[in-house]
Design a protein around this ligand. Structure first.
Ligand SMILES: Nc1nc2c(c(=O)[nH]1)N=C([C@H](O)[C@@H](O)CO)CN2
Length: 121
């Protein structure tokens, strides 16, 4: 299916299950893939037939900067709900949230979760 991706949205926020994460904060990286029919936009060269990725970006940032939650899974669910509510055209979505530097000892690149959701209504 056609899709629009917004990659590597980097936001400083205070999510996390640990007290230290709520106090110090950290960066969160969000990647969004929105699946929708882009034939109207690609054939008619018209922004009305698609999702304005600049506006979608701002909505995602707004959600990530909103009140802290424990899990990045829950944060991703909030991003998905906000985008589905705002844009009827989106039929399916993948949202990945990455913590580049979580407070976990060890040698690894980062941690991330991905949710895939299809519109239900
Ligand atoms: N599956 C998850 N596991 C953990 C999360 C999370 O969001 N999803 N979060 C934490 C802490 O907040 C982490 O950053 C460090 O302990 C732990 N595990």
């Amino acid at each position: 299916m056609d899709n629009i991706k917004i990659n590597g949205i980097k936001t400083y926020a205070y999510h996390g299950a640990l007290d230290a994460e709520r106090v110090l904060g950290q960066f969160f990286i969000t990647d969004v893939t929105m699946y929708l029919d882009l034939r109207a936009a690609s054939e008619n060269d018209d922004l009305e037939g698609t999702v304005h990725y600049g506006e979608a970006y701002e909505l995602v940032e707004q959600v990530i900067k909103s009140e802290p939650v424990n899990l990045i899974e829950h944060l991703a669910e909030k991003v998905i709900r906000a985008l589905f509510d705002r844009y009827d055209k989106i039929l399916e979505m993948d949202v990945t949230i990455t913590k580049p530097s979580p407070p976990i000892d060890g040698h690894y690149e980062n941690v991330s979760i991905t949710l895939n959701r299809k519109r239900e209504n």
